[in-house]
Design a protein around this ligand. Structure first.
Ligand code: 5AD
Ligand code: SF4
Length: 435
């Protein structure tokens, strides 16, 4: 065949699992002769891998599609697809609102993307099934190619928790874990391709049950892989942090001292209304136990302000909880009404009040992040170097605690872990010297 390869442009929104899914979709389309391009103008196919978690994220898809009109007008053969959680949630509605969209594919059926693309000659395609066979059964082998030193690896998907604000149980479906032998084989292949650090992904990753020992059991198995030096996992639910996983943070050297453990709010009344099934005190005690196992563990979290019914006093309880935990990193959001979720039906907090609370919370969280970074000055840390920095001779990598670190270092250190003494802290990164 002498045909020039067709070009695929993927734009990814939202969470790390979408980043992973985009890679897998690109690999699947690679089998159809598509190569990836980073220019939408050059593409023969454009895929938007979308996020439905908040209203703004979902609306972005429609404005992006609007911007693509001239591209489609200039190149009528251009294929436009919508994947991810907006695809799952809105399916046919996208087709109605945007006639130029050729295909809509949900996060559990994207292994069928090549087949859907072939069928486009017969008309537009929509697939938002939750097929019984897992997409990963179809997408077994990952192509052999040189990879960056860090990689995501999905081990679990979906959620059965039904927090009252969240669309995930509807868009990603019920909790499913990948069998540990598959995960181990994929990790081994990633390591052979140059990966030194994996982040295990799941919407409820610590509810993982693809190994008898749960997520701690899987981490223990992964830690035996030579050449795999660092293991992280995200996102966890406080109610699924079992004793073995807490202990692993003390015992397993490869498990990095960083944990994203969303609490969402500090008021028990709001936590109950959110259907979180834990209270503020149990969350704080859990962090105490984690810190007993690994005293320097860097904590990260997610917060929602202005959940329906949140009073100033409730919000104050969130600030108090944050003061007590001392986060190294955190993400905070104004509550966003999601159609179909229980909280959408309740009396809403004023937008101005939400904005004002978010500003106060973010000021506190960013102060804590600065303090956490400044506390690293003078310490010696492991850094996995990833790429060249902006300044000549400089390399950038991530520390064990997931802080970005700049240091003067030879380029050959890309993909290697080196010891670095931290000399200064800037707002979003640290600077250090090789030791
Ligand atoms: N509004 C605002 N934030 C939300 N999140 C989930 N659903 C909503 C919503 N409806 C946040 C939570 C979650 C993170 C991924 O997104 O904090 O942990
Ligand atoms: Fe959403 Fe709650 Fe499940 Fe997290 S645990 S994905 S916030 S329903």
């Amino acid at each position: 065949m002498t045909d020039a390869p067709k070009k695929l442009f993927i734009k990814t929104y939202g969470c790390q699992m979408n980043v992973y899914d985009s890679e897998r979709m690109a690999e699947a389309m690679g089998g159809e002769g598509y190569v990836q391009t980073d220019s939408a103008e050059d593409a023969d196919m454009i895929l938007l891998n979308t996020c439905h978690i908040r209203e703004k994220a979902a609306e972005k898809v429609y404005s992006e599609l609007g911007r693509m009109k001239p591209l489609k007008a200039a190149k009528p053969d251009l294929r436009i697809g919508v994947a991810g959680c907006v695809a799952q949630a809105e399916g046919e509605e996208i087709m109605r609102r945007q006639p130029m969209v050729d295909l809509v594919v949900g996060p559990q059926s994207y292994h069928r993307l090549p087949e859907m693309e072939r069928r486009l000659k017969d008309g537009r395609q929509v697939d938002t099934d939750f097929p019984l066979e897992s997409k990963f059964d179809d997408l077994k082998q990952r192509p052999k190619m040189r990879r960056a030193p860090t990689a995501f690896l999905t081990v679990q998907e979906g959620c059965d928790k039904f927090c009252a604000f969240c669309v995930v149980p509807y868009t990603r479906g019920a909790e499913v874990s990948r069998p540990s032998d598959r995960v181990l084989a994929e990790a081994q292949a990633l390591v052979e391709a140059g990966v030194r650090e994996v982040t295990l992904l799941g919407q409820n990753v610590n509810a993982y049950h693809g190994h008898d020992g749960g997520l701690a059991g899987l981490v223990g198995e992964l830690a035996k892989i030579d050449g795999l030096d660092r293991i992280r996992y995200t996102t966890s639910h406080p109610n699924d942090m079992d004793d073995a996983l807490i202990a692993a943070h003390g015992d397993c050297e490869k498990l990095m001292p960083y944990l994203h453990l969303p609490v969402q709010a500090g008021s028990d009344r709001i936590l109950k209304a959110m259907n979180r099934k834990h209270d503020a005190e149990s969350y704080l005690r859990l962090i105490e136990r984690l810190r007993a196992a690994r005293p320097d563990i860097a904590m990260s979290g997610d917060f929602i302000v202005g959940f329906p019914g949140e009073t100033e006093e409730d919000f104050q309880a969130t600030l108090d909880l944050v003061e007590e935990v001392r986060y190294a990193q955190a993400y905070s959001f104004k509550y966003s009404t999601r159609p179909g979720t229980p909280a959408a039906e309740r009396a809403q907090v004023d937008e101005d009040v939400k904005a004002e609370r978010l500003a106060r919370l973010q000021a506190l969280l960013s102060r804590q992040q600065t303090e956490a970074q400044e506390a690293m000055v003078g310490r010696e840390v492991g850094v996995l170097f990833e790429k060249k920095g902006r300044l000549p001779g400089q390399m950038i990598g991530k520390s064990d605690h997931l802080f970005a670190v700049h240091a003067d270092a030879p380029e050959e250190l890309a993909g290697q872990i080196a010891r670095v003494r931290i000399t200064s802290a800037a707002p979003h990164s640290l600077t250090g010297q090789l030791v």
